[in-house]
Write a protein that binds this ligand. Structure first.
Ligand SMILES: [Mg+2]
Length: 271
């Protein structure tokens, strides 16, 4: 494939990567990925992580990565909590009533930013992953949508990989709200929107044509990487997805170790 040839002829100078399904699956590390990131760390190839997961803070993700053997600092992690907060700050003043479905780090970030976290007449509803999702939360979100609240979805993923299969993700919750209130158009802040990748690119400071976006999901990771103008790498997995044939990765690999040659200075001899 022409696109693959052009990738191996170029040296990779910066790496942006998804987390779930690339670095680890649930709480289980993916050993080949850990080895690849350790090599990049030793080579001094800068990397950052972008995740649609809103259940942990950047510091918690960095600690999880470090614990499985991938050196990472909080400033290298860009998640949908920061993306949702950036959107809130841009469009709504502090004190605005906001209802959120999500786990503690998301709720804490909304409160810390000065919003009124409430289920009473919210103007904005933020939908994040919530392992304690229940009927009352769904009812509050749907009633708010009926009353005209803006719906922010932290990600459009319908499934998230875990150690023993898949868990339903935010896309399922968002679909429930839209099924009840078809007139509502949720604003999605996570991938495939390129926002997180653009922030990560700012952190890396590398040129787009020398930076890759690695992910395991075509509809979010690869779409976002392409939208941000990076070369996209699909880590092949068994994640089921609705084949979006218009979204094509620049390269498909079965292991991140397949990318190591392109980060060495001898990359030119590969093609
Ligand atoms: Mg993933």
């Amino acid at each position: 494939m022409k696109k693959q040839e052009s990738l191996t002829r170029h040296i990779i100078r910066g790496i942006i990567s998804d987390l779930d399904g690339v670095a680890y699956r649930g709480d289980t590390a993916i050993p080949s990925s850990v080895r690849a990131f350790r090599v990049w760390h030793e080579q001094g190839v800068p990397y950052a992580f972008v995740t649609n997961n809103s259940t942990k803070s950047a510091a918690q993700f960095a600690a999880k990565l470090t614990s499985i053997g991938i050196p990472a600092e909080p400033r290298q992690v860009f998640n949908t909590i920061s993306a949702a907060m950036a959107l809130l700050a841009r469009r709504w003043p502090q004190g605005t009533p906001v209802f959120a479905i999500g786990e503690q780090p998301l709720l804490a970030a909304i409160e810390a930013a000065g919003y009124d976290l409430t289920s009473a007449d919210p103007e904005v509803v933020v939908l994040g992953f919530d392992s304690t999702l229940d009927y009352a939360k769904l009812r509050t979100a749907i009633r708010a949508a009926l009353a005209g609240a803006v719906i922010i979805a932290t990600n459009p993923d319908v499934l998230t990989p875990v150690h023993d299969g898949y868990d339903p993700c935010v896309g399922v919750l968002t679909a429930a709200v839209v099924a009840a209130v078809p007139s509502v158009t949720p604003v999605v802040v996570g991938k495939p929107h390129p926002f997180l990748i653009e922030r990560a690119l700012e952190y890396l400071g590398t040129a787009k044509h020398e930076t890759i976006m690695i992910g395991d999901q075509v509809a979010t990771d690869i779409a976002a990487g392409n939208a941000a103008g990076l070369r996209s790498i699909l880590l092949a997995s068994d994640v089921p997805f609705n084949a979006a044939t218009s979204i094509v990765p620049d390269r498909i690999v079965s292991s991140l170790l397949d990318l190591l040659d392109a980060t060495s200075e001898r990359a030119g001899s590969l093609s």
